[in-house]
Design a protein around this ligand. Structure first.
Ligand code: ADP
Ligand code: MG
Length: 243
């Protein structure tokens, strides 16, 4: 059974149908890319999965639980973590404290109390900062990081709760080609413990890291399959060359 099963999900904003009867299966342990033109419903679908808004119709089953009407908090407890398209680090806190705060939110407050000191989490925070090449910036304010580093900080924060499924909305937006390359390198190892759905504009980037792609167009699934299949798909080529 797929880790995430989306069936017939629809979402409208007043008269605009942002998603129409979308079906997607995401297998555990895979990197799943979500691509499509601007306004095709990619962010809306991620938000429906994370519970930032409810689908109007259809069902979403995650890890055996029907989460269609679950709150974002309930979904997070089940192991879902979302990084939004807009950067959301706390700029006036240090890089270290941003990650510490992310670890402490949710259930880990209990862990913190049991461990009786914030120091117990030091190892965890440090490990995340090392993995995301931010350890030298731990004491700097998040506001002082480059745009690319802020994106990495956010990914580290999203991973702090050890999710089963991580949702990333255009994490390489605004990055330099070099930062983009590094992002691919930073994401690859998380496959060992986390499934990923990633929205991206950069087809080269997504082709290199994803196992499976779903293509949205005007709120509908235009095509899906492994990267090779999607690259050869005439309908996909048409959408990407004519718009
Ligand atoms: P994508 O991420 O693929 O660029 P979105 O999911 O953000 O597309 O948007 C899909 C469509 O839904 C667009 O036409 C967008 O303008 C519209 N939309 C998204 N969010 C809202 C909202 N909160 N209120 C009204 N319309 C929205
Ligand atoms: Mg978007």
């Amino acid at each position: 059974m797929a880790l995430l099963q989306i069936r017939g999900v629809s979402k409208s904003f007043r008269t605009l149908r942002a998603l129409e009867s979308v079906d997607v299966d995401v297998q555990a342990g895979t990197f799943h890319g979500l691509i499509g033109p601007n306004g095709s419903g990619k962010s809306t679908l991620l938000k429906a999965i994370a519970g930032a808004h409810f689908a109007d119709g259809g069902t979403i089953v995650f890890d055996g639980h029907d989460i269609t009407r679950a709150t974002p908090y309930e979904r997070a407890r089940l192991g879902l973590s979302l990084k939004f398209q807009i950067t959301a680090v706390l700029p006036e806190l240090s890089v270290y404290d941003n990650v510490l705060l992310a670890i402490q939110s949710g259930e880990s407050l209990m862990r913190l109390l049991l461990s009786s000191s914030r120091r117990a989490l030091d190892g965890e925070v440090t490990a995340l900062l090392e993995r995301f090449r931010l350890i030298d910036r731990a004491d700097d304010l998040a506001a002082e990081l480059s745009h690319g580093q802020q994106q990495w900080l956010e990914i580290a924060m999203a991973l702090a709760l050890r999710p089963k499924l991580l949702l990333l909305d255009e994490p390489t937006g605004g990055m330099s080609p070099e930062e983009r390359r590094v992002t691919g390198t930073l994401l690859a190892p998380i496959k060992a413990h986390c499934t990923l759905i990633i929205v991206e504009h950069d087809l080269h980037f997504i082709r290199d890291i994803c196992d499976h792609l779903t293509v949205l167009d005007q709120g509908r699934v235009l095509d899906h399959g492994d990267v090779e299949t999607i690259q050869r798909s005439p309908k996909v080529q048409q959408v990407f060359t004519t718009r």
